[in-house]
Design a protein around this ligand. Structure first.
Ligand SMILES: Nc1ncnc2c1ncn2[C@@H]1O[C@H](COP(=O)(O)OP(=O)(O)OP(=O)(O)O)[C@@H](O)[C@H]1O
Ligand SMILES: N[C@@H](CCO)C(=O)O
Length: 278
């Protein structure tokens, strides 16, 4: 499951004199290994088109390795950039397939492409299946982004390799009920359905401030979950005043954290063409 929230980065693709120029991102990503460029190249190759000389500028608002899908953003941006360059030959489904192949799973790339709450899986024919839920606009989200990263690799390693039948039943029923609770904006159902046995009990060890942040959210009648593989924790409330209270309390106790009040995005990544490529 993945939820698209209103946190946006913008990538600009322009014709260039030399093979590749990348600006406005850390020096170590200003080369052909940049994930946005790799996705751009992947789409060109899929379309049997020569890779154009391109200048890529990044206005990045999505912090890296914080569980907010920064790698999914890069992949979707690169694929959609190339698709726009060649006048949109790829369907959303083809974009999803290519993005899933690059990210390794559809959880984050589906909401990045389609917006909303996406529930996705890879079926027995290796096709990506994804369905979407409209999330109630009664719900408010507060992203609490620690000033430390959690590597996805480490967050995967800390998980057990097996789960009991009892926990699997618990988890499946809770996940399905959670989708409906988010659609209905039913906070009391969200509170019980979101209690997870699959990753939070293990991954919270990697986030030293997990319990303190959770207490702050619960004191203001909110509920909290670990976003992606962490370190970001996301609060959900059903009123603006609670969201504001959580925002202020987290800011007070963790002045070095980035705290953002967000909504659900219902649209996914968008493209604006400002210059036709000849
Ligand atoms: N602005 C960027 N420019 C270039 N590469 C980036 C950028 N943002 C993210 N990346 C790439 O994505 C990687 C981070 O992916 P990772 O899966 O560790 O974190 P995440 O996607 O933020 O977290 P999660 O998958 O839990 O939501 C970076 O190591 C880098 O390769
Ligand atoms: N769903 C993934 C997100 C990280 O990409 C995980 O929790 O491992």
């Amino acid at each position: 499951m993945g939820l698209a929230v209103s946190l946006y980065s913008t990538v600009t693709f322009e014709p260039n004199q030399s093979k590749l120029t990348i600006t406005d991102c850390p020096q170590r990503y200003q080369n052909a290994d940049n994930l946005i460029y790799k996705a751009f190249v992947k789409a060109c190759q899929f379309l049997n088109q020569p890779v154009p000389k391109v200048k890529i500028s990044v206005d990045n608002q999505i912090p890296m390795s914080r569980g907010l899908g920064s790698s999914a953003f890069c992949i979707v941006a690169g694929l959609k950039g190339a698709n726009a360059w060649f006048n949109e030959p790829l369907s959303q489904t083809q974009l999803l397939d290519l993005a899933t192949e690059m990210e390794g799973h559809p959880d984050n790339v589906s909401p990045a492409i389609y917006g909303k709450l996406g529930v996705s899986f890879i079926d027995s024919d290796k096709n990506v299946q994804t369905v979407h839920f409209d999330v109630s606009d009664k719900l408010h989200f507060v992203a609490m982004i620690p000033n430390y990263a959690v590597s996805t690799e480490q967050a995967r390693k800390i998980l057990p390799t097996e789960m009991s039948y009892k926990d699997a039943i618990y988890q499946v029923s809770h996940a399905v009920a959670l989708s409906k609770a988010l659609e209905d904006g039913n906070l009391s159902l969200i509170k019980s359905a979101i209690i997870d046995r699959m990753h939070e009990p293990f991954r919270q060890q990697l986030i030293p401030d997990y319990q303190k942040a959770k207490n702050i959210c619960e004191n203001s009648h909110g509920v909290m979950y670990i976003s992606g593989s962490g370190s970001t924790m996301m609060a959900i409330t059903d009123n603006k005043a609670s969201a504001q209270e959580i925002f202020e309390d987290i800011k007070k106790d963790f002045p070095d954290w980035e705290v953002l009040q967000l909504n659900v995005d219902n649209v996914g990544a968008t493209v604006e063409v400002t210059q036709e490529v000849e």
